[in-house]
Design a protein around this ligand. Structure first.
Ligand SMILES: [Zn+2]
Ligand SMILES: [Zn+2]
Length: 789
């Protein structure tokens, strides 16, 4: 919330502050015994007039040049110089001159303090402000109405609402003028304390002080944030009655911003249209309103008008807003054009604009440009890192996201809530429990753990890392659950094959008075599918449109086909697809094809495969499935034919990849590859396991080997499936009591599924495999999926 000092300002301030402390010691004497004001010895000279003249023309540098030449400038002139810097900056100069005044033994007047305090506010220099407060007190000026109002404003702007309030309470009712009230109201509104702001406003009215347009400009933002439309409308009509509007662009901007935030975009636009002299801020507020309501074409059209019709130059805030629109539209071309414009105009140094550029490139999937741009940025903040981390996660570079997070920590940049929300899905995706746990710990330490979004992300992380009971503990402790919390938990139960728990939580959700949404039904249907609960699945599928008025989407149909086909009702699934109200996509057919393989139904497999080929290049992975269907019944020629079609079309099978986390490090393995530095010991372990497994009765499942090869060779090909390599590595490095968690990018194959059962018997270990669709918890030669996946 608090605006921060820019780095260079801070360092200058620090230097000044150290200098000031020395001067302070020397000047104490003068403060307690104010010397007489020096006589205006140079009044005859022309120089003071020149200083005034330059200041009035805003030529501060020239004014200072002349001022420095005057031997004994009058206090009035000192005050004028201090004021000039306090208005136009550099603010440090105001403070510097003030300290110089003290050093020379001059006594500040009640006109000095308001300006030097204003400079303190601009620099967020609370400590220095307190010191100056003390000076005013020693001079008996702190109760002066000008000084006390300035002090109040300084405390408020520096974020110390308590001291501001204390000072305000000590002020007499006569002294509490409109300026003092406005300072208090602005402070509370700035800190988004809506109730307190409104209370102050009503107290002000009770005190008989009539609010002016500045009061409302301060109050309106907090009304917008609190979505308090009625209060906003009341202020609007009050402004109309008091005719505050006549070309008050600042008030109009505050009003349109309030309406946009209160979901009344058309009102906002009406107000925008009434403004005669539109400025950059007014246009940007309106564009931001459009972006907030996802009306991107309107946002871009207004940006065009801003440049071409109103002849205004975009500010950094405008550009950041328009870049957000480009990101939402994944309009890379326009985004790049804007980037060029930004470089040409030199605005690219602004951190906000830089962050929006990162987001834009990330949303458009151009991660290299996003990362390159981050490296180039001179000032990075937590928002920059949140943008790049969430970009990495969205584009499937979860490991890179963790890497960047580590880089961020090593640079000493404190992550925001948004950073953690962006990072947790990376841990979920990689099943990186150690990283996930430390994210959770961090969220607790930073006091984020009451935030609903972060809790949802943590629940998802634990569930995807195989710790569903911890997920439930967090879910139960949550203070404010939203529908995403419920959905995440139900999905978690589903992928762990805990259908009873999933359905019971679903009933709890309905009993709690919350309404399930379309995602809830995807969660419920896939939970039924993972456990083969056909009747329940059918019931909820028809119930969702009948009782909850939710129209099934493609995802719901995929779940249903999956549910019917896996349970062996292939014909029913086929008819179900044909009766769909829209054209089924490749995923719907893919679900059926997978079941054709499990149930060895060649005829339907061929039929479905043809349908998929007609749908074009989307069906990549399905060639593999069909080829496996043929090889499962020994039709090797047909299997080879399918593979050759696949090659002919240039489709590549995505390689099977599994990974396992050992002491916080993710080790990834690709099927058949032996790139890992420890591949020799992994090989030995695998061969040793094979011998043991065969003694217990393991036979390699030939239907998943590529060609009609010798039995022994099949065994060896299958032995180097990525999940087996990862498990061997886990056995080598995990303590025997620890469960091994392996994550796979595809579905687990039937041979690995059966082999892992034998491995749990052989090694007396628990092994969990998270494949692309669910968890398989292996223990004592069994899997909790009951071979249903
Ligand atoms: Zn396998
Ligand atoms: Zn299983």
């Amino acid at each position: 919330m608090r605006r921060c000092l820019k780095r260079e300002e801070a360092s200058i301030f620090l230097i000044n502050w150290q200098r000031h402390r020395q001067i302070q010691i020397q000047s104490c004497h003068y403060i307690s015994h104010p010397p007489r004001s020096p006589s205006p010895s140079n009044s005859s000279s022309n120089a003071p007039h020149l200083v005034r003249d330059y200041i009035s023309r805003n030529e501060i540098k020239l004014a200072r040049h002349v001022f420095d030449k005057i031997p004994n400038p009058s206090i009035v002139l000192w005050n004028m110089m201090i004021r000039a810097y306090a208005w136009a900056g550099p603010f440090q100069q105001s403070i510097h001159l003030y300290l110089q005044m003290l050093h020379l033994g001059l006594t500040p007047t009640k006109f000095t303090f308001p300006f030097v305090l204003k400079a303190c506010s601009a620099l967020q220099a609370l400590q220095l402000g307190r010191l100056i407060h003390n000076h005013a007190h020693l001079l008996g000026l702190s109760m002066d109405v000008y000084v006390s109002t300035a002090l109040l404003d300084m405390y408020a702007k520096c974020g110390n609402l308590f001291e501001a309030q204390t000072l305000f309470n000590t002020m007499s009712h006569v002294d509490r003028d409109i300026v003092a009230w406005n300072a208090m109201i602005a402070a509370f509104s700035f800190h988004a304390l809506h109730a307190e702001t409104m209370q102050l406003l009503s107290q002000m009215l009770q005190d008989g002080i009539s609010p002016n347009s500045s009061t409302f400009v301060s109050v309106l933002p907090t009304i917008g944030q609190a979505n308090a439309l009625r209060q906003g409308k009341a202020i609007h009509s009050h402004c109309l009655r008091r005719k505050f509007f006549c070309d008050n662009v600042v008030l109009a901007t505050a009003l349109l911003d309030m309406y946009a935030k209160c979901n009344h975009l058309s009102y906002a636009r009406k107000i925008f249209n009434t403004v005669n002299k539109k400025n950059e801020i007014c246009c940007t507020a309106m564009i931001a309103g459009y972006v907030l309501h996802h009306c991107m074409p309107d946002a871009l059209a207004l940006y065009h008008d801003m440049l071409c019709i109103y002849n205004l130059n975009p500010t950094p805030a405008t550009l950041a807003t328009v870049l957000r629109a480009c990101a939402q539209l994944t309009d890379l071309k326009r985004g790049k054009n804007l980037h060029c414009h930004i470089i040409k105009s030199g605005i690219h140094l602004d951190t906000t604009v830089g962050n929006s550029l990162i987001s834009m490139y990330a949303k458009c999937g151009i991660m290299d440009d996003a990362a390159g741009f981050l490296d180039e940025m001179t000032s990075k903040d937590p928002v920059s890192y949140s943008a790049i981390i969430s970009g990495c996660v969205q584009n499937g570079y979860a490991e890179k996201a963790l890497l960047i997070f580590r880089q961020m920590q090593s640079l000493g940049i404190e992550p925001h809530l948004e950073t953690m929300i962006a990072l947790l899905p990376a841990c979920s995706h990689l099943a990186a429990l150690q990283h996930g746990k430390s994210c959770h710990g961090y969220a607790v330490v930073r006091g984020f753990s009451n935030d609903t979004s972060i809790c949802n992300a943590i629940i998802d992380m634990y569930s995807k890392c195989g710790k569903i009971t911890i997920s439930r503990e967090i879910f139960d402790r949550m203070q404010n659950r939203d529908i995403i919390s419920w959905n995440t938990m139900i999905i978690g139960y589903g992928i762990h094959g805990l259908c009873v728990e999933a359905l019971s939580l679903f009933h709890e959700l309905m009993a709690s008075g919350s309404k399930p949404d379309d995602v809830t039904f995807i969660a419920v249907l896939s939970a039924c599918s993972h456990s083969g609960l056909v009747t329940e699945g059918k019931y909820w599928f028809s119930s969702m449109s009948r009782d909850f008025n939710i129209k099934p989407r493609m995802a719901h149909y995929i779940c249903m086909v999956d549910l019917l086909a896996r349970a062996g009702n292939l014909d029913e699934a086929y008819t179900f697809i044909q009766r769909m109200p829209f054209v089924p996509d490749v995923r719907v057919w893919g679900a059926l094809l997978a079941a054709c393989r499990t149930h060895k139904n060649i005829e339907m497999g061929e039929q479905v495969s043809k349908k998929i080929q007609l749908l074009g290049p989307e069906g990549t992975g399905n060639f593999v499935l069909m080829s496996n269907i043929y090889s499962s019944v020994g039709r090797w020629n047909d299997a080879a034919h399918i593979r050759s079609i696949q090659r002919h079309h240039g489709y590549k099978k995505s390689p099977g990849c599994s990974w396992v986390e050992i002491s916080g490090v993710i080790h990834a393995f690709i099927g058949g590859h032996q790139y890992h530095p420890q591949s020799a010991s992994i090989n030995n372990k695998l061969q040793e396991l094979l011998v043991g497994m065969k003694k217990l009765g393991y036979r390699a499942d030939s239907s998943f080997a590529l060609h009609d090869v010798e039995e022994e060779e099949k065994e060896q090909i299958l032995l180097y499936h990525s999940e087996k390599i990862a498990i061997a590595f886990g056995i080598l490095h995990n303590s025997p009591s620890d469960r091994i968690l392996v994550t796979k990018n595809l579905r687990i194959c039937a041979d690995c599924h059966s082999a892992i059962k034998f491995i749990t018997l052989l090694t007396k270990r628990e092994i969990t495999v998270r494949d692309v669709s669910r968890f398989h918890h292996f223990k004592n030669g069994m899997c909790n999926c009951q071979d249903f996946w």
